[in-house]
Design a protein around this ligand. Sequence first.
Ligand code: BES
Ligand code: MN
Ligand code: MN
Length: 463
Amino acid sequence: MEQINDYINSHKDRFINELIELLKIPSISADTAYSQDVLETAKAVQRSLDEAGCDNTEICETKGYPVVYGEKTIDPNLPTVLVYGHYDVQPPDPMDLWNSPPFEPVIKPTDLHPDGAIFARGACDDKGQFFMHVKAVEFMIKNNTLPCNVKFMIEGEEEVGSDSLADFLLEHKDKLDNDIILISDTGIIGNDVPSITTGLRGLSYVEVEVTGPNRDLHSGIYGGAVPNPINVLSKMIASLHDENNHITIPGFYDKVEILSDAERAEMAKAPFDLDEYKQALDIDDVYGEAGYSTSERYSIRPTLDVNGIWGGYTGEGAKTVIASQAFAKISMRLVPHQDWNEITDLFTKHFESIAPKGVKVKVTPHHGGQGYVTPIDSLGYKAASMAMEKTFGKKPVPQRTGGSIPIVALFEEVLKSKTILLGFGLDSDAIHSPNEHFGVWNFLKGIETIPYFYKFYTELQKE
Ligand code: BES
Ligand code: MN
Ligand code: MN
C-alpha cells in the first residue's frame, strides 16, 4: 500500500484532468433540460470504471436516471466493499454569484486550500469525492494490491431524493450484496482535524400553498377586508417556532433521541470555534433552539426551515396587489427515530389546522428519508479510523453532521449493511452554493487514504 504515494505523485495531473473533464458535463438532475447531460455523465462514469480496471461495468436502468455499476472480484471468500456515490449535481443558481462559470472548472488557491482548489459545481458534491474511489481502486488493481472485492454503485438522482433507488435496491439485492458500504459524500472538520461522520439527519420536504380570493385584487379596494394569502402564510410559518425556537407541531419531538449528558459532553470535545464560524458567515450572532450549542443545533436536533417563499408581485417597482395565492417550500431535518413519513403527516395535519377560515391550504410532500447513526466500535469504523490516522498522522474524531443522504438508511434496511461515511470535503467548500470547490490536497488525500481502508478492513475481518 505504501506505493500509493508514488502512484499519486506520478499520476496526479492526470487524475485532476480526468476529474475536470467529468465536471464539465452539467449533470443537473433537478432540471429536465439537462437530462442528456445527466445520461452523458453516466457514460463517462462507466468509462472511468472501465479504465480503472473494473469488470462487468454497466449502466443500469431505473425508473429515473441510471445507476452506474462496476466490480472487481478477486476472491468470493474475501469481503466485499460497496462504494456508493452520485454523479448528479445541484443546479448552479444563482449564476451571477459565480466567479467563474460552474461547468468550466478552474484551479485557484484559497485561504483553507493554499495548494489550490478545483472550482466547479459538483467538485466536492460529489464528483470529486466518488472519483477519489475510482482512482484509489485503479491504483490497487494496477498494483495488484486490492486486498478484497469491490463494487461500485454511482447514482444520478441523489440531489433530487434518490426516488428510484428503493426499487433498484430491492431488484438488485444479490448483485449489490456486500460486507460494508463506503461513501465519500461528507466532510472533515479541517485538513488538520480529520473526522469520520457517524450520523446523518433525516429529511421531510414539503411544499405549501395558501389560496385566498379567486383572483389577484386591488390592494386598496379590497385591502384589509379579505384574507391576504401572503400575510396569512407568513403568520402561519412564524407560528411554527415558539419564543425558544422550539418547533410547535404537536408530536414533532415525541421520538427524538435524547442524548445523555455524558454523550453530549463527549460530542462537545470535537473542535469547534464559534467566532470563526460567525466570521466565515458574516453574522454577528448565531440563532437557534434554546438550550443547545451551535454544533448540537445542526447535528442532534431536528429543524424546520423555509427554503423558498413566493407569491404576489416581485418584479421591478411597485404594484398594489393582493395575490390570490402564496407558496413556500419547507424542509425539516430529522434526527434518529423520527420517521419522516410520520413527521410529514404531523406537519400536514398541523398546517391545515392552523389555517384561518377564509383561506384554503394545500400541503404537497416532495421527498424525504430517515436519519442514520453508526456505532464507532464496528470493524468498518476502526478500519476507517486507522486509515485516516495513517495518512493524516492523527486519529480522526467521530462527528455527526446535519446533512442527509437518505439512501444510507435504505441500505441498512434492504441490504442489511452498515455504511462508513469517509468524506474529505470542508464545510466551507460551498456545496450547493455558488463557487463550490474541492481542495486538490483533499482530493489527493482521499485517494491516498482509501486503499488503507481496504487493507485494514480486510485484515480486521480475518482476525
Ligand atoms: N452530500 C450531501 C449531503 C451532505 C453534505 C451530508 C455534507 C453531510 C455533509 C448530499 O448530496 C445532499 O446534498 N443531500 C441532500 C438531501 C437530498 C435528499 C436532496 C441534503 O442534505 O440536503
Ligand atoms: Mn452529495
Ligand atoms: Mn448535495
